[in-house]
Design a protein around this ligand. Structure first.
Ligand code: C2E
Ligand code: CA
Ligand code: CA
Ligand code: CA
Length: 279
């Protein structure tokens, strides 16, 4: 292409260059977003399948990106991870989520847990983030107000260091959930080494409930296995009454999905939680 001169840049090179530019712009915008308070947490109800009550909420990150509008994590989490921004951002999510858990616990007069997604990057040795347990205690908050969701990627070749970090959270009373269970590459041997409380069945399996034999069998098997191991099960991505009814019939503990509610801004979630808006 060089032989063709500067004005003959190929389409491929031009698009490579513009995607590299877009990435740099994204990183620059992300760095500004925290100090400029452009991030916001949405909350999606996690429903108890035996009585339909809201049991917990998952905190899901959103970004009011200037010029773009409400931006979903799929558009920026990977870049936040690669650029290291995830450390500060993840700590912000954690602190905000903990504040809401405390607020809702006080409003309801009973424990209300908020679950947080923690990136594998935040578990790297010497990661610059906060000590979450120490931070909760310093704020006078009960660590039991927080659930941490991790993916099997965190557990791949589970190191002593990651084990220690997870054990410290568990020992303080933070519950641990395996997100997207069944989609990762790790073996299940970590279930013997860690104090896991919840398995979250990935929405790709829930989507096939009742129609796809493999998805249905996998879901049924995860529920049976989890219960034999003393773990609770959360089904993700529940969109239909047929899926919900199947899950109730097969003894799944909790469910989350558009059938019950989209992720909501805190004040809308709170209105649901306190019954101000009919459920
Ligand atoms: P996830 O942890 O698996 O979160 C569930 C995703 O499924 C959310 O997407 C949620 O909006 C979506 N969802 C909920 N119910 C349904 C349903 O019935 N059908 C379908 N099709 N989707 C449903 P969202 O909010 O776009 O988040 C995408 C991913 O971004 C999350 O997947 C999580 O991996 C990541 N993420 C979100 N917030 C954070 C965060 O604070 N920190 C980190 N590290 N990652 C986050
Ligand atoms: Ca999650
Ligand atoms: Ca536990
Ligand atoms: Ca998930």
């Amino acid at each position: 292409s060089k032989a063709g001169g500067r004005n003959c840049m190929t389409f491929y090179e031009a698009s490579m260059q513009s995607s590299a530019m877009q990435r740099l712009t994204l990183i620059a915008d992300l760095r500004r977003a925290l100090p400029e308070r452009q991030f916001v947490l949405y909350f999606q109800p996690i429903v108890c399948l035996s009585d339909g009550a809201i049991a917990k909420a998952e905190a899901l990150l959103r970004w009011h990106r200037p010029g773009t509008g409400l931006t979903l994590p799929d558009q920026f989490i990977v870049v936040a991870e690669d650029s290291g921004i995830i450390h500060e951002l993840g700590d912000w999510v954690f602190d905000q989520a903990a504040s809401m858990a405390v607020r809702w616990t006080a409003m309801l007069g009973q424990d209300f847990q908020v679950t947080i997604n923690r990136s594998p990057i935040q578990f790297q040795p010497n990661a610059p983030g906060l000590d979450w347990v120490a931070h909760l205690r310093a704020r006078g908050l009960d660590p039991a107000c927080i659930n941490v969701e991790i993916t099997e990627g965190v557990l791949l070749n589970l190191s002593d260091d990651v084990q220690t970090q997870l054990d410290t959270l568990s020992a303080a009373g933070v519950d641990l959930a395996i997100d997207d269970f069944g989609t990762g590459y790790s073996s299940m041997s970590y279930l013997k080494r860690l104090d896991i409380d919840y398995l979250k069945i990935d929405k790709s399996f829930i989507a096939g409930l009742g129609t796809d034999v493999t998805s249905t069998t996998i879901t049924e098997t995860i529920i049976v296995m989890a219960h034999k191991l003393g773990l609770k099960v959360i089904a993700e991505g529940v969109e239909s009454a047929v899926q919900r009814d199947w899950l109730v019939k097969h003894g799944c503990d909790f469910a989350q999905g558009f059938l019950f509610s989209y992720p909501l801004p805190a004040k809308d979630f709170e209105a649901r939680l306190t019954g101000e808006v009919p459920w």
